[in-house]
Write a protein that binds this ligand. Sequence first.
Ligand code: ATP
Length: 311
Amino acid sequence: ELGQPEDELRPPQSRAQSKSRNSSVNGRMSVDDFEFKEELGQGSYSTVWLGKLLATGQEYAIKRIDKAHLKRHQKEQTALAEKNTLVRLGSGHPGIVRLHWTFQDEWSLFFVLDLARNGELQTRISRLGSLSIECVRYYAAQVVDALGYMHSKGVIHRDLKPENILLDDAFRIKITDFGTGKLLDSGGEPTKTFVGTAQYVSPELLEHNESSKSSDFWALGCIIYQMIAGRFVFRGLADWQKIKQLEYSFPEGFDEQAQDLVRKLLVRDPDQRLGAGPPGSPYDMQALRSHPFFASINWRTLWTAPAPPIE
Ligand code: ATP
């Protein structure tokens, strides 16, 4: 049931915080623990607020989901999937939005999330037209690292795109929007539901309605292309023949090593997509990290060293 297992989500210190504020008798968080400062954006069934935890002054993004709307559109499963996925991912990776607490009132569910103050990567691409090759390298590496973690936890995102890649204070990424995420129970077999966004949809999803962690690497290829070229590699479902036949070309001046990487990600066979193969294969995560495009990336300081200026 949605909203029930808050206790699992509550970090140890929050009980003490709630008690000291005397705001909730049973130690749970509630809307009264926060000051809602400004609206950050709206989704199809939610509104996201910048909220300050009164006890500490810490700021968060608070996603408020309208229960009646969820019910009307039969989206309870989406909200539940988002919560379960975020719970599974926990606080284990800096590149993934962390769910700190959930609570509810009569009308709404609330998800208290890491605040990503610098908005969506999509906005930056649109504003700048395209990104510098150093930026692309940095953001692609951060996505690779976050995907590695996510997949190791048995989570596939299934809707990876620059709108779902948020930027924090330090311009590092925070991947969000796990409403279409999928929890793999074992082995990572493909799953059979059509989800995702047309421009980033993989051939196996189009043809067999199947997605696996490999589909996230297809999306990564599309995102790298888009960051460099400033346009989609495929326009969406209208291009479905082109997606299936891998019919696309690189604009003049497109970095050679990035071209090679994109070609190895936009591969029809999901098992031969770079990053997606079993450990030890030429397509495994290590092979992806070792691709020449990432030669200058220091993977150990990827989340601590300053981000390159976004340009
Ligand atoms: P949909 O529900 O249609 O998929 P969405 O995923 O964008 O849309 P929300 O997750 O509710 O919907 O997010 C609404 C907006 O709030 C987003 O466009 C984003 O700009 C902003 N936002 C979401 N999460 C955060 C966050 N953690 N930090 C800062 N801004 C956020």
